[in-house]
Design a protein around this ligand. Structure first.
Ligand SMILES: Cc1ncc(COP(=O)(O)O)c(C=O)c1O
Length: 463
């Protein structure tokens, strides 16, 4: 039995076969799922009523209603009581998935920002600390943990953040969480419960963080960033602001001393909160250490960090240092979300920091990233002299400003043809303010010789 369905050209052909071994309901489900996945049925498109489709296919109406119900549960279809059924969001190809098609060769070098060197993860150290944790943790620790985290790790993190980030941190104010992303979610949730409605964010900035806030119903207000960091006078009426003071993500600028003072003054005046994303502060290449903003105003600033850049994002371990009045609601939120982060991993991290292995790993990686950065900058200077490189002071990405008139999109598409992954600044911009063409080039997870190779392959495209 075949139905030709012509709400959108070309008509969709659905077939079910009574003689096939699969149930009619399963055949119909597979056919619809495939049509949605490969784009023959697009989001929002209306489906025939179950009665009409059953009539056309010559099957019982229950076959169609059961099929629709299952696809609704999976998110492929949506419907409202008493009204039509239409195609939902699930299974639609994402922009990223759509990029590499069959004609595009696999990437030889991927300069995707955000990843540390995964091949340098200190496996032996981690294995040893985890083994020690498994062997020595008292039985009681294996019960449900405190939502705020195991005391050893909270103590160790507070000490580490005081020593290395000049933060004002006490163990009682630290909440351990599943990376920055969860920390941000928990803090925003706690602030929403206290009346937060508007969050100012950096533009350009990390769009995932903006989505976390928007998902909680918070209005997200983009605020421009200049050579001194976020423009404080443009903050306006927001109840909180999310910033990356040590190494603005992605421009790489450092929030200047004056702006730090202005930002804290703004927050005090408005009774607003500052959320400090300290995402790659471990890797600074200049002589002068830059402390966390939180050290200046621990009553106003929530400090968020994680091991995603220092060790590996897959560990999903991070922390929040809260002003005292927020700690309990953030810890309670964490306990409700997942009953606390895995205790053995928390202990392993505590022992890694306490034993000095964490610092040793960071020292080693700082040297490695500095070498890669030098190779990247040298290769750009030599082979693409029209490119201006910025955001170099920390982390493991740089911003390449291309000559005016060069198209980010065209460069990226042409580089893909040459098996090099490049990423546009436009992916970080929220506003439609016209800005020159820029690329954000990550070198953390690319071996040093491959960094030079990548630039050689694409230099003529960059202008
Ligand atoms: C701006 C920024 N902050 C924080 C993080 C780390 O997030 P998480 O700790 O959830 O892995 C990232 C990861 O790429 C990031 O780009």
């Amino acid at each position: 039995m075949t139905v030709e369905w012509s709400t959108s050209p070309p008509p969709l052909v659905l077939r079910v076969d009574r003689d096939a071994p699969d149930l009619l309901r399963d055949q119909l489900q597979d056919a619809l799922r495939d049509a949605i996945r490969d784009g023959r049925l697009v989001r929002g498109e209306r489906l025939p009523s179950s009665r009409a489709l059953a009539g056309e296919l010559g099957v019982a109406r229950g076959v169609v209603t059961e099929c629709y119900a299952q696809l609704q549960a999976e998110g492929y279809l949506r419907s409202q009581r008493g009204s039509a059924t239409w195609v939902g969001d699930a299974g639609l190809p994402t922009a990223e998935a759509a990029l590499p098609s069959v004609e595009v060769p696999p990437l030889r070098v991927d300069l995707r920002p955000g990843l540390p060197d995964l091949s340098s993860f200190p496996r032996a150290d981690w294995a040893r600390c985890l083994r020690d944790a498994v062997r020595d943790a008292p039985d009681a620790v294996l019960g449900y943990p405190d939502g705020a985290g195991v005391p050893e790790l909270r103590e160790v993190l507070a000490g580490y953040l005081r020593r290395v980030r000049n933060a004002h941190a006490r163990a009682s104010e630290v909440v351990v969480c599943a990376g920055f992303a969860q920390g941000l979610h928990l803090v925003l949730q706690a602030l929403v419960a206290r009346g937060l409605t508007t969050l100012a964010v950096e533009d350009p900035g990390d769009r995932d963080s903006h989505a976390v806030a928007a998902g909680l119903g918070i209005r997200v207000v983009p605020v421009p960033v200049d050579a001194d960091g976020i423009v404080v006078e443009a903050l306006g009426e927001a109840g909180a602001v999310l910033v990356t003071p040590a190494h603005q993500s992605p421009t790489g600028v450092l929030l200047s001393a004056r702006r730090r003072q202005e930002l804290v003054a703004w927050a005090r005046e408005r009774d607003a909160a500052i959320l400090e994303d300290d995402y790659d502060a471990e890797f600074r290449y200049g002589d002068e250490p830059v402390g966390a903003l939180q050290g200046l105003a621990p009553d106003r600033v929530v400090l968020l960090g994680s091991v995603s850049k220092s060790l590996a994002p897959g560990l999903r371990l991070g922390w929040v240092v809260c002003p005292p009045e927020l700690v309990r609601s953030v810890a309670d939120g964490k306990a409700l979300a997942d009953r606390g982060s895995p205790v053995l991993d928390q202990l392993a991290l505590a022992w890694m920091v306490r034993s000095g292995r964490y610092d040793r790993h960071l020292r080693r990686m700082r040297v490695r990233y500095a070498q890669r950065r030098a190779v990247l900058v040298g290769a750009l200077r030599e082979h693409a002299p029209g490119v201006r490189v910025g955001g170099l002071a920390a982390g493991f990405h740089v911003v390449a400003t291309l000559p005016p008139g060069v198209s980010e999109e065209e460069v990226i598409a042409a580089a893909r043809e040459r098996s090099v992954g490049l990423y546009p600044m436009s992916g970080y911009r929220t506003s439609s303010v016209a800005a020159g063409p820029q690329l954000v080039l990550g070198y953390g997870n690319v071996r040093t010789p491959a960094v030079a190779d990548a630039i050689l392959r694409v230099a003529d495209l960059l202008g």
